[in-house]
Design a protein around this ligand. Structure first.
Ligand code: FAD
Ligand code: NAD
Length: 471
């Protein structure tokens, strides 16, 4: 093993160059700091290569098909022959064929230096990177170590699963063909977005979800609506079902659930959440307890793991690794807080009070802040209002695919919204929730919201109907 000390002065080392790490490293480089960005895989992380970008390219194609199927009865006749080839091509283009050359060039053009390898903290103020040739490089930055190590698919220890050719999101987005049948473990965002895509392209899809409803982290109304729409479209959904055993005979998977159901499918997608490799960050070298027992990197609301002390650089952590929302916009917002901290600028700390999240199924489910259940659990006096999208003119006109609702959660003592959900046709749920995000973020009094003039005939006029109920 060759161990080398990094010779040039370094101000900051960013370990993990996903959307969060890339933002921190790029902005610090822009500010004139000597920055080394380290990633063991691709500069850009999960989102551009295996997550948001390829999955949304696939969702867009599937939505186009669904709209075309709605032409009969509303706009004439339409012959649609789904083909996966252009989708696979679009995904390859959108991911630059899983090459980060352009991203590395962009980063180095900003003055950063990129090191491909696995980094870990090996002592106070010290990061050791094992590069692809096995060489260990020790870097002692003067100002900051930033952990942006993200998350990876969590694969449950289901008997028989290990060693089978199952898919996670990483294989699913690289699919060159649509499987005849697909079993999906997990009815969260990853599972449902991809389940609907493959079903729309002709796969016979079965979803196995452990919780009693789909999208269990969101309002129950969202899960109920998705269940109805997906089962009407021919998907099979097993709720409250844990996969107890998996088998693979060389051509097909079997999944046996704890409720005695057996699902057989050509492909199996495991979409049961994400895991953070806390131990792999080397946190224990900072004396931060037994890192192997932690599910996320502990950071305060300034994204600090350890503040700078004397000549010792501070340690910051951002993104999926800190376990406070696994979304690209969360990683970017936390990156902004960390950058301001490292550069000694002021500004607000991180808050998830008005963090939006969108599941790009159809109905598309946008949500912000607290669900009703979470608000009650926090001891708030809660009033909710729910209005069907079809109670408005636009929803009624829309025809097939127009299912949706707006639900608002008000804190009656404060007189403001603390959470909201907007579900609607592809594109609409996420866009409708933008207005609600602003309302939660800016703590707009419900009495003011009730006086807003919303354009006619839009889906978002349904917000007015829901808000009336919490006045
Ligand atoms: C299928 C799918 C769809 C998604 N869709 C959306 C969406 O539509 N909208 C949205 O907001 N979010 C979406 N997400 C979530 C989003 O991708 C993540 O929240 C986001 O990528 C997190 O960014 P990050 O910077 O924290 O880390 P990541 O993107 O996870 O990147 C971490 C990087 O760190 C590297 N790394 C880890 N450990 C080390 C180490 N020890 N040394 C060196 N490098 C290391 C990894 O190789 C990786 O490149 C989706 C996720 C998936 C799986
Ligand atoms: N549109 C988006 O913004 C988007 C899209 C995809 C993913 N993401 C992010 O990535 C994260 C991970 O997504 P995900 O869908 O993998 O995780 P998730 O945690 O959202 O959902 C996983 C689901 O799997 C279920 N589950 C767990 N173990 C199971 C088992 N053994 N058998 C059956 N079901 C089981 C859980 O009950 C849960 O509903 C999300 O929380 C989200 O933050 C975001």
């Amino acid at each position: 093993m060759i161990v080398d000390n990094w010779r040039d002065p370094v101000d900051a080392v960013v370990v993990g160059m996903g959307p969060g790490g890339e933002e921190v490293a790029g902005r610090l480089a822009d500010a004139g700091l000597d920055v080394v960005g380290v990633d063991q895989r691709l500069l850009g992380g999960e989102c551009p290569y295996y997550g948001c970008i390829p999955s949304k390219a696939m969702v867009r194609a599937a939505d186009l098909l669904a709209e075309a199927w709605r032409v009969p009865g509303m706009a004439g006749t339409c012959m649609v022959e789904p083909s996966w080839a252009p989708v696979a091509r679009h995904v390859r283009e959108a991911t630059a064929d899983w090459s980060d050359k352009a991203a590395v060039d962009r980063f180095t053009a900003r003055g950063g230096r990129f090191l491909r390898g696995r980094g870990r903290i090996t002592g106070p103020g010290e990061v050791t990177v094992e590069d692809e040739s096995g060489r260990e490089i020790v870097i002692r930055p003067r100002r900051a170590i930033v952990l942006g190590t993200g998350s990876e698919p969590a694969v449950p220890p289901i008997p028989g699963l290990a060693g089978t050719p199952f898919w996670t999101n990483r294989e699913a987005v690289a699919a060159e063909e649509v499987p005849r049948s697909l079993a999906v473990l997990g009815g969260g965002a990853v599972g449902l977005e991809l389940a609907q895509v493959f079903a729309r392209f002709g796969a016979d899809v079965t979803v196995v979800e452990a919780a009693p409803r789909l999208l269990p982290a969101e309002e129950p109304e969202a899960g109920e609506l998705l269940l109805r729409v997906l089962t009407e479209a021919g998907l099979t959904v097993h709720l409250g079902s844990l996969a107890a055993a998996v088998g693979h005979d060389g051509s097909a998977f079997t999944v046996d659930t704890d409720r005695g159901d057996r699902v057989t499918a050509e492909r199996l997608l495991v979409a049961t959440g994400r895991r953070v490799d806390v131990e792999g960050t080397g946190l224990a070298a900072l004396g931060l307890g037994d890192a192997s027992g932690l599910h996320a990197v502990p950071a305060d609301d300034r994204m600090r793991v350890l503040p700078p002390l004397g000549s010792r650089p501070g340690v910051w952590a951002i993104g999926d690794a800190v376990g406070r929302g696994a979304f690209t916009h969360v990683a970017m917002a936390q990156a902004d807080v960390a950058v301001r901290g490292i550069l000694g600028e002021g500004g607000p700390p991180w808050s998830d009070r008005a963090t939006p999240r969108v599941t790009f199924t159809e109905p598309e489910v946008g949500a912000v802040g607290l669900t009703e259940h979470q608000a009650v659990e926090q001891g708030l006096q809660v009033r909710t209002g729910t209005a069907d999208l079809r109670s408005g003119a636009r929803g009624r006109l829309h025809g097939p695919g127009g299912d949706g609702f707006v639900k608002v959660v008000a804190d009656t003592a404060a007189g403001t919204l603390v959470g909201a959900t907007a579900a609607g046709p592809a594109g609409a749920g996420g866009e409708m929730v933008s207005a609600l995000t602003l309302a939660v973020h800016a703590r707009v009094p419900v009495s003011d919201l009730a006086r807003v003039t919303w354009a006619f005939p839009t889906f978002h006029r349904t917000i007015a109907e829901a808000v009336k109920m919490v006045l």
